[in-house]
Design a protein around this ligand. Structure first.
Ligand code: CMP
Ligand code: CMP
Length: 252
């Protein structure tokens, strides 16, 4: 959410932040209240829960740790707080008020979300995420332009990012030690993804990805991938079975 800010804007945001301390069990945000600040966790642990329509009991949603942000929805969309947040451990939070948020962050965050929300809603692998989770993915996307003939990923290198194809086409190439040649093992078009294996398995890139046209890619860095797409890990691992038929046979 803050990554597109210029240095000067970032300094205003940092200056505008105020440290607040919460004790275990303190409510930081109560569902349904008006909200005038978002919070960045500096230290501590908090839980987020929500009473869904038709229910009387709250459903646990997630735990927040250091470096995470919450309370952004009320500021972005001028809505009541969508969930409650309560401290588990004593926690130090940095709060950013609505005025500073509106002035500096809101416009670029909304622009980014508008740009990617429609695209992400069409990507099959992201279907099981809810709107909130998809919104968080939007905040982390960096748009990358690749020219025809460029390699986005090189087999054997370390992997630091995951990619979704916004526009264009590409192929995956894998080195076959038997023929001593690279062979085409996969084709990509709009709304498909690649680059997940190295991040899921902590292994070097298993293939190269070559752009066969000019491309626009949505790039998600390793940390954000682990944090935001963690719920998809099982589906991604299951989907990886489709590569098995292309495994290069071992030399006898
Ligand atoms: P906000 O609505 O301002 O206040 C409650 C916060 O809980 C919300 O912003 C989000 O930052 C956070 N939250 C975490 N998970 C969810 C979820 N699934 N739906 C809505 N809010 C959530
Ligand atoms: P990763 O290993 O991170 O980087 C290369 C990517 O190519 C890989 O993730 C997969 O997303 C993709 N890929 C496509 N076909 C294959 C294949 N046959 N074997 C391995 N990876 C493949």
């Amino acid at each position: 959410m803050f990554k597109n800010l210029e240095d000067k804007e970032m300094n205003v945001v940092i200056d505008g932040m105020e440290a607040k301390t919460f004790q275990p069990n303190d409510m930081v945000i109560t569902q349904g209240d008006d909200g005038d600040e978002l919070f960045l966790v500096s230290m501590g642990k908090l839980k987020c829960f929500k009473v869904f329509p038709g229910n009387t009991k709250a459903t646990f949603l997630k735990t927040y740790f250091a470096k995470e942000i919450f309370g952004e929805l009320a500021l972005l969309y001028n809505t009541p707080r969508a969930a409650s947040i309560q401290a588990i451990d004593s926690s130090v939070l940095y709060s950013l008020d609505r005025q500073c948020f509106n002035h500096i962050v809101k416009e670029s965050a909304i622009r980014n979300r508008n740009m990617f929300e429609t695209f992400l809603s069409k990507v099959e692998i992201l279907q099981s995420l809810d709107n909130y989770e998809r919104g968080r993915v939007c905040d982390c996307i960096e748009m990358v332009k690749i020219s025809k003939g460029e390699r986005v990923i090189k087999e054997g290198e370390n992997g630091e990012a995951f990619y979704l194809v916004v526009e264009g086409t590409a192929i995956a190439l894998k080195y076959n030690p038997n023929s001593k040649k690279e062979e085409k093992v996969y084709e990509y078009e709009k709304n498909m993804y690649f680059g997940e294996l190295a991040l899921l398995r902590n292994e070097p890139r298993a293939a190269s990805i070559l752009a066969t046209s000019d491309m626009k890619l949505a790039q998600i860095q390793r940390k954000a991938f682990k944090r935001l797409l963690g719920p998809l890990e099982d589906i991604l691992k299951r989907n990886a079975k489709r590569y098995i038929k292309f495994l290069v046979p071992k030399k006898k």
